[in-house]
Ligand binder design. Structure first.
Ligand SMILES: [Zn+2]
Ligand SMILES: [Zn+2]
Length: 326
């Protein structure tokens, strides 16, 4: 790999419409933020611009840590990705497994038009992917080993679009495996049932529903622009202010709004919290003994904590055996 291609790979997310931080979506987000502040918060154009590009937020110590974590994680993923499970490997395995079950052999629906199959597939893919994201995220908050990793994301004290990449690399691995399995299951299931009619409805090569989500300002979820939706809409789709509330240290907001795109899962499974005025929110996590903005603590501390949890679990099992022996 030459130096040029390596640098291109590091920053390719900004030029890839499949990624949230594609420059086109970032530009749209700026316009949405401007519209929100001017028309719904009655700010002057100048004040709105000053707020959007607030230097204190975009270059806070927390934001600078975000940018460094983004760069380090990109390098990590470039080297690791060839070894991670690809969704096609999973899809192919599941496809052949389904073929081996006699019950599925005749499950084809030739009468359904290709366009309808493509739309159904695209929608199912989007919904199922979002559903598994919700549960993995929820488990990240519930299970101490996973929380040790996910805390890295929650330790951000200010939010900007790059904060979405402020994750421990091992959390990235967990989410890649999730992606490979969930997408693999949907792809293989549809190909098995509908055969070669299965196609993704896309815009710029992106699932049309994902594209709509990004165009609707997905980047503002990690920002200080607290766009709120109508109450009914916040039960279906997570507003930027609802995700910002997920980052709040207030106990009232604890374990709320796990949804990635849809708030529907939060509504159904009892973790929904409607948005509030974000200017009063304090973000981050309350833990004084470590410096959450230092790279060393961001990368090493979760590993130490996982080791401690594993050791105490091991000691617990050992003490149960000792009780039985005596
Ligand atoms: Zn979280
Ligand atoms: Zn977040």
């Amino acid at each position: 790999m030459t130096e040029g291609t390596f640098l291109t790979e590091i920053f390719e997310h900004f030029f890839d419409p499949k990624k949230r931080v594609f420059f086109g979506y970032l530009l749209v987000s700026i316009f949405l933020a401007l519209g929100w502040l001017v028309f719904f918060r009655n700010k002057s154009f100048k004040k709105a611009i000053t707020k959007i590009f607030d230097i204190k937020i975009l270059f806070s110590r927390s934001a600078r840590a975000d940018y460094k974590v983004f760069l380090i994680n990109r390098v990590f993923m470039i080297f690791l990705s060839p070894y991670l499970l690809s969704q096609m490997v999973v899809a192919t395995s599941i496809y052949y497994f389904l073929h081996s079950i006699p019950l599925f052999k005749t499950s084809h629906f030739p009468e359904i038009p290709a366009n309808a199959v493509a739309l159904l597939f695209t929608l199912s893919y989007f919904i199922f992917d979002d559903f598994t994201k919700y549960w993995v995220h929820r488990f990240m908050h519930k299970w101490p080993v996973l929380w040790a990793l996910h805390k890295v994301h929650h330790s951000a004290e200010t939010l900007n679009p790059i904060t979405v990449y402020r994750t421990h690399p091992l959390e990235g691995v967990v989410f890649s495996i999730r992606g490979a399995f969930t997408q693999g299951i949907v792809i293989s299931f549809f190909i098995y049932v509908f055969g070669n009619k299965v196609d993704l409805v896309t815009i710029l090569g992106v699932n049309v529903f994902v594209f709509a989500f990004h165009i609707a300002g997905s980047n503002l979820r990690h920002s200080h622009i607290g766009i709120q939706y109508w109450s009914w809409l916040e039960k279906l789709i997570i507003s930027p202010a609802q995700h910002q509330l997920h980052h709040s240290i207030d106990l009232r907001h604890y374990d709320k709004n796990f949804g990635a795109t849809l708030a529907l899962w939060d509504w159904i499974f009892g973790s929904l919290h409607h948005s509030e005025d974000v200017d009063s929110l304090v973000l981050g996590i309350e833990e004084d003994h470590i410096d959450h903005q230092s790279l060393r603590d961001l990368y090493i501390h979760p590993l130490k904590e996982i080791l401690q949890i594993s050791l105490s679990g091991f000691r617990g099992v050992k003490s149960i055996f000792t009780i039985f022996k005596t």
